[in-house]
Design a protein around this ligand. Structure first.
Ligand code: PMP
Length: 436
């Protein structure tokens, strides 16, 4: 049964009550609210390595990692040092500063399709700006996205979106003008025939296709073999840009991202980044072809700006994080993800629970259903009540999973053998709980 509010978390429950008085739902981002799993969202007080400690002093092995950024674990010493050092010299100048250049250089070095990059403060801003740029470059307005892909809360992209929108089962968002939604064409993911048909009908109106490089916001659903190539071929044939959203996958799936991990020879025109590249601070980016980026203000007519863009503290944290993301880090992420994915599957099989573990490099998720998940319809066809029971049993055992059946589990290089052991030890009871 779903726990009642306050179960085992009196300090979090008290904070939630305070929060609800002054903040809608008591949270600043909906999926934090535990609405689909029930119970009291844990207010975290500190993080260290692979661990989080909540307001009641309970410790958890963290498999959310702030939804992706904490690839080195919490409070990594080198990141903290870079942050202290930067902050001691001033926290925002509203002028260019050297950290921004160094971070942009690091991104350009890691991701060959990126000639130039512009820094922003959130993934939402990155995708919003990339779309404006694609529209400015092509002189067209239609945007193609895929059902179940989430690109932030950009008006025109809050159509058939994943992540919190999937969790709350909102088909759409109120407040998005229908004219805006009409400029977005939603297609099923991994369906080349649907893509070709849409472009045959409206190809000359399409400014860009935006796609999660590998979908992570409906659980892990990588592109099917040939799909990424088809995106490139079809967009190029019709003069539309290909925007690859690497906000979640960037610098996590490989030293570049999903680009550089998937073994295909495809160069997107624009890419968007966030999460890892901010090292736990608000920093994100979009970048790509020099001739497209040249249209941005101040050189070109496409306006884009930000008071805190390229913030010296955020860029210092991001740069320190990327500088520590070496091959050893990627090897450890792969090892931990492989071990956990295998162990979850084994535990659920032993308990007789229908499930499917899927991965996109070291991002992985567990669908409480049988059979491959290729698109949003598949992803939604799962036993979310079983997930909720599993989630709470893991939480009780001190493992913090994403509080939604539609999210990836994020491991970090700080997940040492002791942290992995704690997760493994929790699995049999959680699998039994999922069995009901
Ligand atoms: N794109 C993708 C693929 C994402 O996963 C997210 C966030 N989960 C975003 C964009 C939006 O980023 P932000 O929350 O920083 O606005």
């Amino acid at each position: 049964a779903a726990p009642s509010a306050g179960d085992d978390a009196p300090a979090s429950a008290a904070l939630l009550a305070r929060a609800r008085a002054v903040t809608p739902g008591g949270v600043n981002s909906p999926v934090r609210a535990f609405r689909s799993v029930g119970g009291t969202p844990r207010f975290m007080a500190r993080g260290s390595g692979p661990l989080l400690t909540d307001a009641d002093g309970r410790e958890y092995v963290d498999l959310v990692g702030s939804w992706g950024p904490m690839i080195l674990g919490h409070a990594h010493p080198a990141v903290l040092e870079a942050v202290h050092d930067a902050a001691s010299r001033g926290t925002s100048f509203g002028t260019p500063s050297e950290n921004e250049v160094a971070l942009a250089e690091e991104i350009v070095r890691r991701v060959p399709p990126v000639d130039q990059v512009r820094l922003v403060s959130s993934g939402t801003e990155a995708t919003m700006s990339a779309i404006r740029l694609a529209r400015g470059f092509t002189g067209r307005s239609l945007v193609v996205k895929f059902a179940g892909h989430y690109h932030g809360h950009v008006d025109s992209l809050l159509v058939a979106a994943g992540s919190g929108v999937a969790t709350l089962a909102l088909p759409d968002s109120a407040g998005v003008p229908s004219e805006m939604a009409a400029e977005t064409l939603v297609l099923p993911y991994n369906d080349v025939a649907a893509l070709e048909q849409a472009f045959a009908e409206r190809g000359e109106q399409v400014a860009c296709v935006i796609t999660e490089a590998a979908a992570g916001n409906m659980g892990a659903v990588p592109p099917a073999p040939g799909f990424t190539e088809a995106l490139r071929r079809v967009t190029a044939e019709h003069g539309a840009l290909l925007v690859s959203d690497e906000v979640m996958t960037g610098f996590r799936c490989s030293r570049a991202g999903w680009w550089g991990y998937e073994d295909v020879d495809v160069r997107p025109d624009l890419l968007t980044f966030g999460k890892v590249m901010g090292g736990g601070f608000p920093a994100a980016a979009f970048g790509g072809r020099a001739d497209v980026m040249a249209l941005l203000a101040p050189d070109g007519p496409v306006y884009q700006a930000g008071t805190l863009s390229g913030n010296p503290v955020a860029t210092a944290a991001g740069l320190a994080t990327l500088q520590h993301c070496d091959e050893a880090v990627y090897a450890r992420l792969a090892e931990v993800a492989g071990t956990l994915g295998g162990a979850v599957s084994e535990a659920l099989s032993s308990a007789g629970v229908a499930h499917r573990v899927q991965s996109a490099s070291s991002m992985f998720s567990v669908f409480f259903r049988e059979g491959e998940v290729r698109d949003y319809d598949d992803a939604r066809d799962q036993d979310t009540a079983a997930f909720a029971r599993f989630f709470h049993a893991m939480l009780d055992a001190g493992v913090y999973l994403p509080p939604s059946a539609y999210e990836c589990w994020f491991v970090s290089a700080a997940h040492d053998d002791a942290a992995v052991e704690r997760i493994l030890a929790a699995l049999p009871a959680a699998a039994a709980a999922a069995a009901g």
